[in-house]
Every structure is written in C-alpha cells, then in structure tokens.
Design a protein around this ligand. Sequence first.
Ligand code: UD1
Ligand code: MG
Length: 485
Amino acid sequence: MGERAGSVAGVVVLAAGAGTRMKSSTSKLLHQVAGRSLLSHAVSAADALTPENLVVVVGHQREQVEDHLAEIAPHVVTTVQENQNGTGDAVRCGLAPLRDVQGEIVVTYGDVPLLTGETLVDLVSAHRAHGDAVTLLTAVLDNPTGYGRIVREADGDQVAAIVEQKDCSPEQAEITEINAGIYVFQADVLRDGLESLTTDNAQGELYLTDVVKFARGRGLNVHSMVLEDRWQTEGVNDRVQLAAMNREYNRRLVEKFQRAGVTIVDPATTWLHDTVDIAPDVTLLPGTSLEGATSIATGATIGPDTTLVDVEVGEGATVVRTHALLAVIGAGASVGPFAYLRPGTQLGAGGKIGTFVETKNAQIGADTKVSHLSYVGDATVGEGTNIGAGVIVANYDGVEKNRTVVGNHSFVGSDAVLVAPVTVADGAYVAAGSAVTEDVGPGELAIARGRQRNIPGWVESRRAGTKTHQAANDASANSEGTHLQ
Ligand code: UD1
Ligand code: MG
C-alpha cells in the first residue's frame, strides 16, 4: 500500500455546524484568518499527518463549503450530515466513506485556525507511545465554562470520561482541564463506541465524547495530551473571536519573520497573510499589509501605509504609501508616495512610479521614470525613458481599450496626452502639452498644441484700475528704468 512514514489512516474534520453567531450569509468556515479560510487552516493542519483519507463533514451552507473545498483542497472527500444531532452523529457520517479503513482516525474541527499540524503530529506520537485506543487534546483554562471536563482515573494517569458542561455535577464543573475536541482513535474502537452511543444526556445529542467511557469500559487506554498554548484549541464562533484570532495569528506570523531577519517596526499595524514570502533584511514600516502571493526580496523597504496584494518586489526596492495589486516591481525601483498599481503593472529595475501615479497593464522598462501625476494604462514603455509630470495615456476611446508604445530613451513632455493606439519610437521627443494622435518616429520631436500668441496692452484695455494693471505698470516702469540706466 506504500503507506507514508508517520501517516494516519484517516482524518475527519467536523464542519456541519450552523455558525449562527457569525450572523453571516457566508459559511463561518469560509471567513478568513491571515488571508485563508478557517477551513483551509484545518485542512493544512490535517495534511501534516499525510492522511490516507481526509474527510470533511458538511451540513449547513454545504454548497458554499463544498465549492470552496473543491477549489482549495480537491483531495478532500466530503460527506453530509443532514441533521446536526451531535458530534457523535457527525463522526458517524464522517466514517461512512471510510467503511473498511483500519488504523488511526484523527477527529478535528473546521473552526480552530491556530491549531498546527505539529500539534496533531505530536498527538499521534503520544497515541502511539501510550498504545492508546483514544488520545485527546486538552487544555487547562482559568475559565472552563462551556467545555467538556476531563474526569481522570483515581491514579490521575488515564482519562475516565469527558463530561459536558450541561451534564456536570457541581464538583465536575470545578475541573479546569477541558476537552479541546481533537482526538486520535483506533478505528475499530471508534466504530464500536459510536454504535453504543445514546442521546440520554442533557442536550439529547449523540456525544462523541462518550466514546472515552466506552473505551475505558473495555479496559483500553485513554490518555490526554495537555496543550500549553490555549489559542490552538480555541474555535471561532462570532466576529469578535474572529478578530481576536486574526490578531493572534498575525502576531505569530510577524514574530516568525522578525526572527528570520525582517525588520517590522510596528507589529500592531502590520498585517500579513499566511501566504506571503519576505526575505531577510526587508524593512516593513507601520501600516503595511502584505496579502496573497506577495513576495519581497532582500533589502526592500515597504511602507508606511502600503497594501500589496499578489505583488512581487525586487531587491532593494522602496514602496511608500502605495496600493498595488498583481504587480511586479523591479530591483532597486522606487514606487510612491501615493501610487496605485493595478493588475499587470511591471516596473523594471531602477524604474520609478512616483507621486499620484496610476498604472494598469503597463510594462515600464528599467530606469524609466513616471514621476508625477500620471495615468499609464495598456502601455509598453522602454528603458531609460522619462514620462513627464501629468502625462496621460488615453487608452479608452469609449468603446475599446487600445495600446500605447513608447520606446527606449525617449522623452514625453509634461501634460502630454498619448491617444491610443499610438507609438512613440526609441529616441523620440514629445513636446509638453501635446495631444499625440499619430506615431512619432525615431529622433523626431512631436509638437501637437496651439502656437502661443501674446497680445500687448490687453490688461490696460480690459482690466484697467485693477491690481493686475498696477503690477503691469510697475513692472514696465522698472524695466524701462533699468533700460535707461
Ligand atoms: C464539543 C465537545 C466538548 C468540547 C468542545 C470543544 C462533544 C459532545 N462535546 O462541544 O467536550 O469541550 O467541543 O470545543 O463533542 N458539529 C457537527 N455536527 C454536529 C455537532 C457539531 O459537525 O452535529 C461540529 C461543529 O460544527 C463544530 C464541532 O463539531 O465544529 C463542535 O461542535 P460544538 O457544538 O461547537 O461543540 P460542543 O458540542 O459544544
Ligand atoms: Mg454542540
């Protein structure tokens, strides 16, 4: 069968619950922590066990959940729990596709995003070391209210039972060790235990937790692994918890990158997705968000107040007060302050996209500068070219988008409009203020603007008696005075 080292027979992820307290038309499991859905975190943790079978039990808003899983984790099998009749019933549904599977079955939840794969691997190791029928993850909490309590055998070693909050005696309610809801079971014990469940409890549900008592009744081993890191056992039930979980996840990511050599000036206002890649000796200034598949090469400085989504930043580049999506910024390039790079922007090494500049689907060559107040869309600009202040590429004629090409070492004067489709060749000039509608050849200067005409005496005849008139008179007197000297 070619079983991978350390792998388990199956993982069942429970994800059928309603998530009512989110008050959302989106399934709770699709809400995000660090840019990935809660479910995606659960699947990643499960994948660390290299399971032969990975089953997600879906129920509420199942179409959304199934579509999402098909997209992010096509290796997952889903199974439906029609009525949410308790965790025992949910695991019964989860085992349906695993009919003859033997060995270890891990059960976990879809809504505990900080749970790591390492913790699951450790839990399986503890299970094997103890020769357990059931091993469960527990935590000791100051306030255990709401959780199932861990009742230990007299010798304190094995777990005798888990008692749900609503079924607790006053003494049991005092117990501070709680069930995290994450387990490793031997498949045959789990199947038999689930068969034995009844709804004879305070909630009238089938409790998965009762499998513990069942296993002990058969004289089998049940141990717990106590987790110090309580965040890993915490679920998300409402948006307050979602924000708290995001904050904590982010704190951990920031710390990971800091330890790997990234300077992060203000962890509280720096937000990172789980999916970003940041090299050592990058500096992130306050108010920076790096999202999606963003990668930052060494020596780059990002921020303050910058959001990059799916952006690749080259070595030593600086990106200041910028919003950029699906863009590539070359090594040593400079972007911002106040730049907006839309999808398809590629800036070459040493290039510049400066202040109040918007770009879209634009390849801008090495050492080319678009320094101030421009729009460059659907354009290819060569190397070493200067695009003057206020240049606009008019890419849209009201019906279609057209391309503009500007060659190498060319110069487009301030406030020119390049009306697409149009080409300005290598080594060409466009005069300031020109509206360019025809191609410009190599070495040519294009001037496309009204010729200047000055009308002497206009102020005297039309604005007599104004301060402007006075200033004009003073200036003429002065210049005459100078001439007379
Ligand atoms: C369960 C445990 C409790 C533990 C707690 C940890 C039982 C009986 N109790 O509590 O000991 O301290 O988790 O969080 O297992 N779900 C389904 N189908 C169902 C019921 C639940 O898929 O019919 C899923 C939910 O979506 C959720 C998870 O199982 O992800 C846990 O359900 P929840 O109701 O939150 O836990 P409790 O039953 O209260
Ligand atoms: Mg419940």
